[in-house]
Design a protein around this ligand. Structure first.
Ligand code: SAH
Ligand code: SF4
Length: 350
């Protein structure tokens, strides 16, 4: 006999949620109450829904679940206040998220997959290899758990998908998670970072409410980018840039080009000039990220000295490309966004 799957309400977008609930929930204003409990308050138990009649809560609990990802571990805060959260998912997979207080605002760095199949050679998540897609409840669960544990108000929150995984290879679940998160966080406060999955960028472009787009460019030409990002063979750099040119940017917004700086490899002022030419005509700012070393990564990869980083940034500015440099935030807990590993035991190729 086929086992009946009990739907998790946190996995459903607005339309699917209404369809699931409406046969069981009357009058219909009760559905709006439930939505509030789910999306605004992050409820993980029907018992929390104290403004619903007892009978309704019991009937819901017999039909649906409300599981959210569970936190298993928290690193002690680094001097800059950032903290790493480790989540164990239902099937034992581990993913990480990072809480980063930044003055008035707080940024949460979120994972979209438990691992990453893209296999960039400078990335620890890539080194440990492919994992599965996170479900919508596992994506929003990271937000609700950290929000509640750290008491972060929705109004102060920025969300960046720069943790483990390639968000645009998990588009369907990402889109559902965005739909529910956008009840409380404006899409202007949400950033999707991609390694340049062209069909995914097109899907994002078709959304009515678009989050910000960050693209990991990381090398100024096709040949070098192929060396560290094998996905470049499938989605060539020229085509990627063309796709970005067609991307419908809202007024007043710009995209971000992330650029991991590797000493002696892509950090010369000439490389900055080449990058500026590549990006010409795009409304884009560069986010230069000095390489974060790790024993699992190739030994030739080194973080440039501060002077070289400054020269690179200055060269970009001379070519009229705005640039920010991500300095050591999170280094202390080896949790700089995008350098998470989830302590997976598997290794690439194993
Ligand atoms: N898969 C998406 C989002 C996760 S990676 C992407 O690739 O964009 C987030 C960022 O961390 C990317 O810009 C990536 O280039 C960067 N990153 C990964 N490993 C790094 C390392 N060892 N040092 C510095 N930046 C790194
Ligand atoms: Fe995946 Fe991004 Fe890491 Fe590349 S940099 S392996 S796309 S997580």
């Amino acid at each position: 006999m086929k086992e009946r799957v009990v739907p998790n309400l946190h996995d459903l977008g607005a339309a699917a949620l209404a369809a699931e609930l409406s046969p069981h929930v009357h009058p219909s204003f009760r559905i709006r109450q439930i939505e509030k409990w789910l999306h605004d308050r992050g409820a993980w138990s029907f018992d929390q829904m104290t403004d619903l009649p007892r009978e309704l809560r019991d009937s819901l609990a017999s039909r649906f679940t409300l599981d959210l990802a569970e936190t298993t571990e928290r690193t002690p805060p680094a001097p800059d206040g950032s903290e790493k959260f480790l989540f164990r998912l239902g099937d034992g997979s581990l993913v990480e998220s990072v809480f980063m207080p930044m003055g008035e605002r707080t940024t949460l760095c979120l994972s979209s997959q438990a691992g990453c199949a893209v296999g960039c050679t400078f990335c620890v998540t890539g080194f440990y290899g492919a994992g599965r897609n996170l479900t919508p409840s596992e994506i929003v669960g990271q937000v609700h758990r950290i929000r509640l544990e750290k008491d972060v108000a929705w109004e102060r929150m920025n969300l960046v998908f720069m943790g483990m995984g390639e968000p645009l290879l998990n588009f369907e679940n990402l889109a559902i998670a965005l739909e529910t998160l956008e009840r409380n966080v404006s899409p202007r406060r949400i950033t999707i970072s991609t390694s340049g999955i062209i069909p995914g960028i097109r899907e994002l472009a078709a959304l009515e409410r678009r989050p910000n787009l960050a693209v990991s460019i990381n090398a100024p030409d096709q040949k070098r980018r192929e060396e560290i990002m094998p996905i470049t063979k499938k989605y060539p750099l020229a085509e990627l840039i063309e796709t970005l040119r067609e991307y419908p940017l809202e007024k007043g917004r710009e995209m971000t080009a992330e650029y991991v700086l590797l000493a002696g490899w892509n950090d010369a002022p000439d490389d900055a000039a080449q990058l500026a030419r590549l990006l010409r005509g795009l409304d884009v700012k560069v986010n230069a990220i000095p390489f974060n070393p790790d024993p699992s990564l190739p030994e030739w990869m080194k973080r440039p000295h501060d002077a070289a980083i400054d020269r690179f940034a200055a060269a970009l500015v001379r070519h009229r490309v705005p640039v920010t440099v991500r300095r050591s935030r999170g280094d202390q807990i080896s949790a700089a966004c995008g350098q998470l590993r989830g302590k997976s035991e598997r290794r690439r190729g194993a």
